[in-house]
Write a protein that binds this ligand. Structure first.
Ligand SMILES: Nc1ncnc2c1ncn2[C@@H]1O[C@H](COP(=O)(O)OP(=O)(O)OP(=O)(O)O)[C@@H](O)[C@H]1O
Length: 661
């Protein structure tokens, strides 16, 4: 019954139903009541008749005898009346203690013992009315308090899980539960929000059961769980006790699973239609088979509008948090990019071959042409890419970098194009790909030669159509991105070997820039060495005046397989070791390069390229005592980035037999 249908201020109940099978008594009562101004809605001799009258016209109060004609007693009817919140007063001659005990359990508003006086009846009715009105007033106040507290739960500066726990706690005094589920009907693919369950483990203690914990407790895989969720039928507002609960569990595999896992025997559920047209369930479970009564459901229905509002606002807060987290991530990424960004002036060198490269940069930068930078490892390809971006009209937008060699194949696609939430196992949140991040700016695809063949058509499509599709996404997203790619492989050779698509090669090779190796521009060596020494001196806080004459000669005579990166690392090592401002190279410039022994191998013994590369990686790992990073690590010996080496190791299925990093 809706609360506002009860007039709590009325002076006396207007209509009274008499349930009495002794006609004389019923008649006497009718006369007394009418004289006192009440209206008698009917006289029923049986429970069935009483229910019939109640359904036609709801009385304000029922006077009922315990012993009645028919199979059911007044106590049976009393249980029905309390479910429907109709107050009642017993009227009986029976003083048997067991019957009295049973009657007391139904919480009557009064008890009249036959024979009764007129005055007793009228006083009993007055008291019953007062108590009933008072209890309604109390209920109204309690519900108002609950609504206020639900609204307060919104302003909690806590996460989604904590807020839902607060909501669960608030309900416990009103609707007892051992397990409560709050969450969207489908998760995690179709809704951005996770559902949480709260398992009562103490008076006010709850264990939060998130999706992962639930999967662990039920030993289910995510796939199986998703499958179960897809079989869950729509559940309207309902209560299930005892046999009803057993029956609903047969239809609803999720309820059955929850019931089995937490030994639950009754359930009360209400769906809320959220503003985003989703369904959000509030579901209570109890270990008792008869916990939920119509008054609980009635309370929930009365609370439905404010609950829906609460959930809508919680969802909105969560969405805002997610969006700002995404922005934070993108911002951090961009800031890092900016911090590490170098400008044109930091490219050291005046050799004719490098000046030719500068010319190319000047020419191509203002256009939107795709640039392909080719050169050995460590020759400064990334620096050139930045210079092109910094001199283009896109310079105020981001330069986003992706190293195609540093990621396992299955992640590159989502790194490049992003993914929708739930697109694959582990895609817990939506992710914006690098192409989207680079919108309006430039994307730098380093080590493009390592891009797996199966992804090459997708990249080709972006270059041709300027559209990307997120993994698991439904539509295309327009991306205005300039592409700069770099490789230390001979891409043309890769095409011939069938490892790189010809059509993609032509798309990328619109404006090639070839960076000469350091050994072919020896005039840049000394300026580069001085530049690095100044940088290192600043970093180490040491005074360094330069390299000794013999050291300079050593540099000039070396063939620099690792190019400028190798030079930089060598000088860093020497500066750290040096005890004087003038630096003397102590290490032999052939020893730390593993290329030398390979180069000195018999030229008649030629290994396939892949095998040679694998052997080289293994040799470097061994020489570095299986250390990848840092000074003297395998990455440095190979003159490649540690992340690149790690990706190569995964691809070649090389495991580190010792962990020294
Ligand atoms: N001309 C240059 N002037 C100053 N520093 C340079 C120059 N060329 C390269 N460097 C420095 O040498 C290091 C290696 O350069 P970079 O990472 O650009 O090489 P890369 O060709 O992209 O290497 P990889 O093929 O391994 O990706 C960087 O620290 C870079 O700043």
């Amino acid at each position: 019954m809706p609360l506002n249908a009860i007039n709590v201020n009325q002076e006396s109940p207007q209509t009274i139903l008499l349930v009495e099978d002794e006609f004389a008594v019923a008649n006497d009562l009718q006369i007394i009541l009418k004289k006192a101004g009440y209206r008698v809605s009917g006289i029923a001799f049986t429970v069935e008749k009483a229910l019939e009258i109640i359904h036609q016209q709801r009385p304000d109060l029922v006077l009922l005898d315990i012993h009645l004609k028919g199979a059911q007693t007044g106590i049976d009817l009393a249980w029905q009346l309390s479910k429907e919140a109709i107050p009642f007063v017993y009227l009986s001659a029976n003083t048997n203690t067991s019957i009295l005990e049973q009657a007391k359990m139904t919480k009557p508003y009064g008890f009249l013992v036959k024979p009764f006086r007129e005055k007793d009846v009228l006083v009993a009715l007055e008291i019953a009315h007062y108590r009933h009105a008072h209890s309604i007033e109390l209920q109204v106040r309690q519900e108002q308090a609950l609504q206020i507290k639900l609204t307060d739960a919104l302003s909690e500066r806590s996460n989604w899980e904590q807020r839902l726990l607060t909501v669960a706690r608030l309900f416990q005094p009103y609707i007892p539960f051992d397990y409560m589920v709050l969450g969207p009907e489908r998760e995690p693919t179709q809704n951005a929000f996770r559902s949480y369950s709260f398992f009562r483990i103490g008076l006010d203690d709850y264990q939060t059961i998130g999706t992962n914990t639930f999967l662990q407790m039920t030993s289910l895989s995510m796939e199986k769980y998703q499958q179960i969720l897809s079989q869950v039928p729509y559940d309207g507002e309902a209560l299930y006790n005892g046999a009803d609960f057993v029956a609903i569990c047969r239809q609803n595999p999720l309820k059955a699973l929850i019931a089995k896992t937490f030994r639950l025997e009754s359930n009360l559920t209400i769906p809320l239609k959220t503003a985003q047209n989703g369904t959000f369930y509030v579901s209570f479970f109890s270990r008792q088979p008869d916990t939920y009564q119509p008054n609980h459901l009635a309370l929930l229905l009365r609370m439905q509008p404010s609950l829906t509002l609460t959930v809508d606002r919680l969802l909105a807060f969560d969405k805002i948090e997610q969006l700002s987290e995404q922005l934070r991530q993108e911002n951090t990424y961009l800031l890092e990019e900016v911090k590490t960004g170098a400008n044109f002036e930091e490219i050291i060198g005046t050799s004719p071959s490098l000046l030719a490269v500068f010319n190319s940069i000047e020419q191509v930068a203002p256009t939107d042409y795709t640039v392909l930078i080719q050169g050995e490892t460590g020759t400064g390809k990334e620096l050139i890419a930045r210079a092109v971006h910094n001199r283009s009209t896109r310079k105020t937008k981001a330069l986003i970098k992706l190293n195609c060699a540093a990621l396992p194949t299955n992640l590159i696609e989502s790194e490049l194009f992003g993914h929708e939430k739930g697109a694959f196992t582990g895609a817990v949140d939506k992710r914006v790909g690098k192409f989207e991040l680079a919108h309006g700016g430039t994307i730098f695809l380093d080590e493009i030669g390592e891009l797996p063949l199966e992804l090459q058509p997708k990249l080709l499509r972006v270059l041709q159509e300027k559209e990307i599709e997120r993994v698991g996404g439904k539509g295309s997203i327009y991306c205005d991105v300039r592409v700069i790619a770099a490789t230390n492989r001979d891409l043309h050779q890769e095409v011939i070997a069938g490892r790189f698509r010809q059509d993609l090669f032509y798309r990328l090779n619109v404006f090639p820039i070839n960076l000469p190796p350091l050994r072919d521009r020896r005039e840049d060596l000394i300026p580069l060495a001085n530049f690095f020494l100044a940088k290192i001196a600043k970093k180490l806080g040491k005074r360094l005046t330069g390299l000794s004459k013999t050291s300079l000669e050593q540099l000039q005579n070396y063939h620099w397989p690792g190019n400028i990166r190798e030079l930089e690392h060598l000088l860093e090592r020497a500066a750290i070791m040096s005890t004087t401002p003038e630096i003397f190279l102590r290490e032999s410039l052939t020893t730390h390069s593993i290329s030398t022994p390979l180069a000195s191998q018999s030229t008649t013994f030629v290994k396939p390229f892949d095998q040679a590369e694998r052997d080289n990686v293994l040799a470097a790992l061994k020489q570095a005592n299986y250390r990848i990073r840092g000074k003297g690590g395998a990455a440095e010996l190979l003159n490649i980035k540690p992340t690149t080496l790690e990706a190569k190791m995964i691809r070649m299925d090389i495991k580190r037999s010792k962990s020294a990093d």
